[in-house]
Design a protein around this ligand. Structure first.
Ligand SMILES: *[C@@H]1O[C@H](CO)[C@@H](O)[C@H](O)[C@H]1NC(C)=O
Ligand SMILES: *[C@@H]1O[C@H](CO)[C@@H](O)[C@H](O)[C@H]1NC(C)=O
Ligand SMILES: *[C@@H]1O[C@H](CO)[C@@H](O)[C@H](O)[C@H]1NC(C)=O
Ligand SMILES: *[C@@H]1O[C@H](CO)[C@@H](O)[C@H](O)[C@H]1NC(C)=O
Ligand SMILES: *[C@@H]1O[C@H](CO)[C@@H](O)[C@H](O)[C@H]1NC(C)=O
Length: 301
């Protein structure tokens, strides 16, 4: 092979090793916009959702509008190795939706879950909290706290979300918590000033890993960071590798119209390294080795 190709190969190897070497564990949150079994039964919707789900080890679906299990059954029928856990239907009026966790049962299990007791009726759809086992020595488990806020109560609900965090961390004596979902935390629903005065912004230890300014909306005419992931705890911090919205229309080459038939939101995703502990010494040794081979390649060329 020509030496440029060899170089490319070595550099690619190097990058893989520097990036962590092992596969990451990916957690996703997706507002699937009024997801019913009728919507799911449409082939383009199903195919796209299956592809989106395949990227995720755990997916938190929001806006599942289904009093039966049919919507999820349809999705799981085409997605092997995934199991699910749903909340009950939540909402103050006749309009109700549920949170559904869909997770790779060969890579993680649910250790615990509960519906937050929303005594003050602060939430339209109070979080359905779940603890998952992780394939990591540094972080054997992580707690997910999903929230889909009501657009007119964003500030109130996001401040109440801090109380949910306290409730969970006391109940299970844990620090490593990921709060995630369609927070509607931008544009007309929440001004920059109010965003920056939220408890989850002013209290120490919370990291908003989907940055302000990231577009999580499908429409070309909108640019809002509605969907968020907020990370708390040292274990999560150590393993955090990347977080970003997933621009599925671009990746799957869909037109705006086609994409909107799935949802007006992008999923948001966070990647955790699985074996951060073992990586560093190994990477260093490999780095030396590869530098050596790069040097030799250079000599030959
Ligand atoms: C799932 O697949 C099985 C076997 O192909 C089929 O019998 C069942 O009806 C499917 N379930 C749904 C909800 O479509
Ligand atoms: C999941 O959804 C089904 C159907 O809506 C419901 O019967 C069940 O109680 C839900 N699970 C939980 C934990 O609420
Ligand atoms: C499902 O899990 C089994 C057991 O871990 C594994 O061998 C298989 O490759 C998985 N299938 C898919 C489609 O990932
Ligand atoms: C929720 O909290 C209220 C007030 O503290 C209590 O009366 C009620 O039993 C609780 N419900 C559950 C399901 O824990
Ligand atoms: C959205 O707005 C931000 C600035 O707030 C900008 O950096 C970003 O490029 C915009 N994204 C799109 C897709 O227009």
């Amino acid at each position: 092979m020509p030496h440029m190709a060899k170089h490319g190969f070595v550099v690619a190897l190097l990058l893989i090793l520097l990036a962590g070497g092992t596969e990451a564990f990916r957690i996703c949150a997706f507002n699937a916009q009024r997801l019913t079994s009728a919507k799911m039964a449409k082939k383009p919707v199903m195919d796209t959702l299956v592809q989106i789900l395949a990227r995720c080890d755990i997916m938190v679906l929001q806006e599942v509008v289904d009093s039966s299990q049919k919507t999820v059954s349809l999705l799981l029928n085409s997605s092997r190795n995934y199991s699910f856990l749903n909340s009950s239907l939540l909402g103050r009026s006749t309009y109700k939706e549920k949170y559904v966790y869909i997770y790779r049962s060969d890579k993680t299990q649910i250790l615990n879950s509960y519906q937050y007791n929303d005594t003050g009726d602060l939430f339209a759809r109070e979080p359905f909290v779940a603890q998952f086992a992780l394939p990591s020595k540094i972080l054997p488990s992580v707690v997910l706290v999903p929230l889909h806020t009501a657009p007119k109560d964003v500030e109130k609900e996001l401040n109440a979300l801090y109380d949910v965090f306290l409730d969970v961390s006391q109940r299970w004596q844990i620090e490593d918590v990921i709060l995630l979902g369609d927070f509607n935390a931008d544009c007309a629903s929440l001004t920059k000033k109010r965003l920056n005065s939220l408890l989850l912004r002013t209290k120490a230890g919370f990291h908003w890993v989907i940055s302000d300014g990231e577009d999580t909306t499908v429409r070309a005419s909108t640019n809002c960071t509605y969907d968020r992931i907020v990370v708390h705890g040292q274990g999560c911090q150590t393993l955090l590798r990347a977080a970003a919205p997933f621009n599925f229309p671009r990746s799957f080459e869909l037109t705006e119209k086609e994409a909107l038939s799935i949802s007006d939101h992008y999923p948001v995703e966070i990647e955790l390294s699985q074996a951060a502990q073992a990586i560093q010494p190994l990477s260093l040794a490999m780095l030396l080795l590869l530098s050596l081979s790069l040097f030799q390649l250079g000599q030959r060329a």
